[in-house]
Design a protein around this ligand. Structure first.
Ligand code: NAD
Ligand code: TYD
Length: 336
């Protein structure tokens, strides 16, 4: 039987990779993409996809608009990617994060319950667990301890999702993933920013001492993990997804510079991010044991492919650099 997936935020980085993967590999799924087209969206990410696919421009924080879409369509699964997703922006303007990430998620939950959707999957992040100091990794049992307005809004959304399971017995699932990289990522995030600045011989701003650690995962591995959880996950459960690739920021940047034959002198140490989380690392043994999930990409191979993608898709990112991003970049990095 054909299923209809309502995907929110499908013009963003991970949502677009998810939709492309589903439409390329599944004939038994129709996708409805809802996106309000913020700065982070790019309709070109899904250029050429028309079969089994429909798009609605709508804001998930606008319940009336959402309600109309739920009334017009029979939706089986909801997969909520839509979010304000950048920590640095959340430090500049927290309120848009609660609006989209918290109120938007609540609207989706209420409408999904009303329309009796079969599954509701919330796409969450390791950042809800806070910051690791010494050894150890985040498990699904680690208490939530978010430290940025972004991660606080994602943690609030996760709690709402779980509350709908406990209170209304709603069929919900949550995935929490580590830092993604890969094609179609907006250039404000560390890896695409480094590649694009290096290609343009521009300085690369490195926060603090550069030794903060992230557990990097290729976006296609994340997408495959999401598909497993959608298929096999137990309702009311959280599944961590990680890349097995803990790396310091400085080492990521050096790898990219070396690959592109650019000098290390492009690295510019700048003032640290406020409240900068030191280290994230995911224990994903639950999804590994229950569903056989393992990331397929080694970091080096994933980075090489990603560097190639940005080198070969200059048209994609050039347009972004000439728009609002220029203003944001100035505000974030000038005089830092
Ligand atoms: P992104 O910023 O690239 O894309 C977000 C998309 O959501 C954009 O297309 C944007 O237009 C849309 N959107 C934003 N506000 C909206 C609203 N109010 N209504 C409708 N659409 C709206 O984000 P991403 O990196 O693709 O992240 C997707 C999801 O994955 C987010 O929920 C994020 O918290 C989560 N996540 C991201 C990472 C990562 O490393 N990028 C890691 C773990 C989890
Ligand atoms: P980012 O890609 O913003 O992801 P997140 O904050 O969600 O982990 O940042 C990844 C790491 O890189 C983080 O420790 C902050 C650091 N960073 C820099 O050093 N310079 C930059 O210009 C950016 C964007 C990030």
């Amino acid at each position: 039987m054909k299923k209809t997936y309502l995907v929110t935020g499908g013009f963003g980085f991970i949502g677009a990779n998810f939709i492309r993967y589903i439409l390329d590999n599944r004939k038994d799924v129709d996708i409805i993409n809802i996106d309000s087209i913020t700065y982070a969206a790019n309709p070109e990410n899904l250029a050429g996809y028309t079969k089994n696919y429909r798009f609605y421009k709508a804001d998930i924080a606008d319940k009336q608009a959402l309600s109309k879409i739920f009334n017009e369509n029979k939706i089986d699964f909801v997969i909520n990617f839509a979010a304000e997703s950048h920590v640095d922006r959340s430090i500049l303007e927290p309120s848009i994060f609660t609006r989209t990430n918290v109120e938007g998620t609540l609207n989706l939950l209420e409408l999904s319950m009303k329309h009796k959707v079969e599954k509701f999957l919330q796409i969450s992040t390791d950042e809800v667990y806070g910051s690791l100091g010494g050894a150890g990794k985040f498990t699904e049992e680690t208490p939530l301890s978010p430290r940025s307005p972004y991660s606080a809004s994602k943690a609030a959304a996760d709690m709402l999702v779980m509350s709908f399971f406990h209170t209304y017995n709603m069929p919900v699932l949550i995935t929490r993933c580590s830092n993604n990289y890969g094609p179609y990522q907006f250039p404000e995030k560390l890896i695409p920013l480094t590649i694009i600045n290096a290609l343009n011989d521009k300085e690369i701003p490195l926060y603090g001492d550069g030794k903060n650690v992230r557990d990097w995962i290729h976006v296609l591995d994340h997408v495959k993990g999401i598909c497993l959880v959608l298929e096999k996950g137990d309702f009311g459960e959280v599944y961590n997804i990680g890349g097995n690739a803990e790396t310091k920021n400085i080492d990521i940047i050096i790898y990219i510079l070396d690959k592109l034959n650019k000098p290390h002198s492009l690295i510019k140490y700048v003032k640290d991010r406020l409240g900068h989380d030191r280290r994230y690392a995911m224990d994903f043994s639950k999804i590994n044991k229950n569903m056989g999930f393992l990331p397929e990409y080694f970091l080096e191979k994933g980075l090489d492919d990603t560097i190639d993608w940005y080198v070969n898709n200059e048209n994609w990112w050039r347009k972004i650099l000439s728009g609002d991003y220029k203003e944001y970049y100035k505000k974030m990095y000038e005089n830092r």
